[in-house]
Structure formats: C-alpha cells, structure tokens
Design a protein. Structure first.
Length: 198
C-alpha cells in the first residue's frame, strides 16, 4: 500500500476522534494541499521546466489564430497601420499636433506598433486564465505559463510587424544608424514590462 493510501486508511480507522490532527497526519506521510502554492524559487523552476510547453503553445496559437482568416497575419500589420492613419489624420493634419515633432509619421507609426503590442499582450494575458479553465482543470502546470505564452505569442507577431515598420520608417526619410542596434534591447525591456500586467 502506498503512503497516501495508508494515510487514508489511518484517517478512516477510528473516525479520527481523539486521534492525531489531519494536518500532522498529512505532514507525516509527505502529503500537501493540492491548491498550495510552492515557494517562489520552486515556482520559477517549474516554469523553466515547462518552457517548451509555453513556446509550443504560443506558436500553435499564432498558427491557429490566423489560419482561418483570409488575410492571415497581415491583420497584425494592418491594424496598427490603420490606427496610425486615423491618428495622423486627427492629430497630425486636423489638430496640427505633429508640427513640433521631427519626422512625425515615423514617430506615430513606431508608437502605434509598440502600443498595439503592449495593449494586445495585457488584454490577452488578463483573459488567459479564464479562457483556459478546461486546460487548467485537465492538466497540472504553473498558471503563469499561460500569460507567458500569450506574451510570447504577441512578441512573435511583433517581429513580423517590426520588419514592416522598419521599411516604413526608412520610407519616411529616417536613415538607419548605429542606434538601431538597440531596438532588440528596447523590445526585450518592453516585453518584460508587458509580462507584469499580463
């Protein structure tokens, strides 16, 4: 008989009246509460052990999300572009807000792409637990895996958008400099920021 089974048998014997408290009995047999949270270093190690699951889940969501759409992942680029066009019309042309900003179109496009990335990450991460209750009930894994997977999913989509963005920025007249090598570092910092709210 295994330890958990013998613990149950001990608990059933005698009805537990005047016997050892259940908490001590569970501790003696090495049992712990099913909903108990592990210590933070242990939790981080569990997340690291499931890194392949997180990456695969994010990639598969990306594939399934746009496979049924006619324009596919082009929507990832079109959405911030259309938003930037509306902002440019309202604030750049009608209100004249871009007069004091050098290369306002590049400034606006960059802001819209990064803002859209952050917005989608936070929104998807906030819903990641409630929209995956069946997965949570079926499998035992750290719950933080889901917001992390959604953040990675949005980051994968951003990589495609950034390629388009860089071309558009060059078209607006902004020439590449050595400072452009800082773009991956800035995006990494933005991703760490996005993980928090997600």
């Amino acid at each position: 008989m295994s330890q958990p089974e013998s613990a149950v048998a001990d608990a059933q014997a005698g009805g537990r009246s005047g016997q050892e408290p259940l908490a001590k009995l569970a501790q003696r047999y090495g049992l712990r509460r099913a909903i108990a949270r592990p210590r933070f270093p242990v939790y981080l190690r569990q997340l690291w052990e499931r890194r392949h699951f997180i990456l695969t889940y994010a990639t598969s969501r990306n594939v399934s999300k746009y496979s049924s759409s006619t324009l596919g992942q082009l929507w990832q680029v079109l959405t911030p572009l259309l938003n930037a066009a509306i902002y440019f019309l309202m604030f750049g042309l009608i209100l004249g807000g871009g007069k004091d900003i050098e290369n306002y179109p590049a400034f606006l496009l960059t802001g819209m792409f990064i803002f859209t990335y952050t917005q989608r990450t936070v929104t998807a991460g906030a819903k990641s637990i409630s929209s995956n209750l069946s997965l949570i009930r079926a499998l035992h894994f750290p719950r933080a895996s889901l917001p992390l997977a959604y953040t990675i999913q949005e980051l994968q989509q951003l990589v495609i958008s950034m390629a388009v963005l860089l071309v558009l920025v060059v078209i607006t007249g902004e020439m590449p400099t050595w400072f452009w090598l800082m773009i991956p570092v800035v995006l990494l910092l933005q991703t760490f920021f996005n993980i928090g709210p997600a």
